[in-house]
Design a protein around this ligand. Structure first.
Ligand code: S3P
Length: 425
């Protein structure tokens, strides 16, 4: 993709549905009894990996315009897939699914693309083994991973070292099949969609501070839900609105769940003109329109505590920091090293090419602003969030920028370039 500097951004946009909620909606509806209707799902490559996995286990999933109709197989009604399950690029598919697969009475193997095959799975293998699962993985940590299930699991009380919603969800899903009550404690609060949705689908689940407990479950019940827009996709346009002069963007009906909305706090701290309007409830999630105006920004410190609520937004927040006066220090972000790319490295190396003053640390980034960016040939490393961040950087860079493998935006945001074009003036 070749992108040139723009004069301003202007418009009212709607970004695609929340990726995390779409994965969970497909999984829970597949495991429920009855027919679920999911309005406004995310039809992107990652969520298609989840849909295909459940289709391969006999679940009937039909796409009808902007809706998914899912005829659940029941918690114990999945069939052994004919072939190994391809999770594509999706960590969420792999880690959440592994919890479900441990509760079945068939064996299955999950594999993924080059990037997913480099991402750690020990974090789910370890608790699942404590629950009695029989799992084999490459080097005991990587895909392909084979789960030989007998359908018998025991409950555990597990304290996770990482604040990861994927690990939490995996253990809670396995907990649906485990005798007794499974308890999961995390070091910081990660996104809470699984807890909320398990409750809505009828599981016996309790949240107390950083601990979630789930009881063995006989049945989940089909639900009709509407999925709001993804704040992680909105984030690119929030930052774009702040850093491109004379801009005004309104992003409609974005999920502002507080376990996801760290970027709003950070942008406000940086002095950004961000306003939240028309707050309402959509299927148990808080949703609002977000208005962003061009802003004079100042540096900010971002640490471990707030990290889970903006982990996927760090690449675009780092870009924002290049346009803020002062030194922004991002720490406690070593999880970024095991995302779709090593995002500490890819963010620093590519923004450096564009003239930013940015340094890698072991667990974060140090960014000095404000710097003028210049167009360059940059690489997304096939990481969707890096491709989108670099595309936003290109809007303020002198000359033009060429982004390699930009089609990876399909992982979470297939019409990203269409929407971007529609607001460029
Ligand atoms: C996700 C959790 C986060 C996030 C990912 C989606 C989820 O990963 O980065 O994009 O839907 O549970 P971790 O659980 O690894 O932090």
């Amino acid at each position: 993709m070749k992108i040139s500097k723009v004069n301003k951004l202007e418009g009212i946009i709607t970004v695609p549905a929340d990726k995390s909620i779409t994965h969970r909606a497909v999984m829970l509806s597949s495991l429920a009894d009855g027919i679920s209707e999911i309005d406004n799902y995310l039809d992107s490559a990652d969520c298609i990996s989840t849909m295909n996995a459940f289709k391969s286990m006999g679940v009937n999933i039909i796409k009808e315009d902007k809706r998914l109709i899912i005829k659940g197989a029941g918690l114990r009604g999945l069939k052994k897939p004919q072939a190994n399950i391809d999770a594509g690029n999706s960590g969420t598919t792999t880690r959440l699914l592994s919890g479900v697969l441990c509760g079945q009475n068939f064996s299955s193997t999950v594999f993924g693309d080059e990037s997913l095959s480099l991402r750690p799975m020990k974090r789910v293998i370890e608790p699942l083994r404590l629950m009695g699962a029989d799992i084999k993985a490459k080097d005991d940590n990587y895909l392909p991973m084979t789960i030989n299930s007998s359908g018998k699991l025991n409950s555990i009380e597990y304290t996770s070292k990482v604040a990861s919603a994927q690990v939490k969800s995996c253990v809670l899903f396995a907990g649906l099949y485990a005798d007794g009550i499974t308890k999961f404690t995390e070091p910081e609060k990660s996104r809470d969609h699984t807890e909320k949705m398990l409750e809505a689908y009828g599981a016996d689940i309790k949240v107390s501070g950083l601990t979630v407990s789930v009881k063995k479950c006989e049945k989940l019940y089909a639900q009709n839900i509407k999925i709001p827009s993804d704040i992680s996709s909105a984030a690119f346009f929030m930052v774009a609105g702040c850093i491109v002069g004379n801009s005004k963007i309104i992003i409609k009906e974005v999920n502002i769940n507080r376990t996801r909305a760290g970027i709003i706090c950070v942008l406000k701290k940086m002095g950004a003109k961000v306003t939240i309007q028309n707050i309402k409830d959509v299927s148990g999630e808080e949703v609002a329109d977000i208005e962003v105006l061009s802003s004079s920004l100042k540096a900010v410190n971002i640490n471990e505590e707030i990290m889970p609520s903006l982990i996927d937004e760090i690449p675009v927040i780092a870009l924002c920091a290049t346009q803020a006066e002062g030194t922004t220090v991002i720490s406690g972000a070593k999880e970024l090293r095991v995302k779709e790319s090593d995002r500490i490295k890819t963010v620093a190396s590519q923004l450096l090419k564009m003239g930013a003053d940015i340094k890698e640390t072991e667990d974060g980034l140090i960014i000095k602003g404000k710097t003028k960016l210049k167009g360059a040939e940059v690489d997304s490393f096939k990481d969707h969030r890096i491709a989108m961040m670099l595309s936003i950087a290109a809007l303020i860079a002198e000359g033009h920028t060429v982004i390699k493998d930009s089609d990876c935006v399909n992982i979470s945001f297939a019409n990203f370039y269409e929407i971007l074009k529609s607001i460029c003036r």
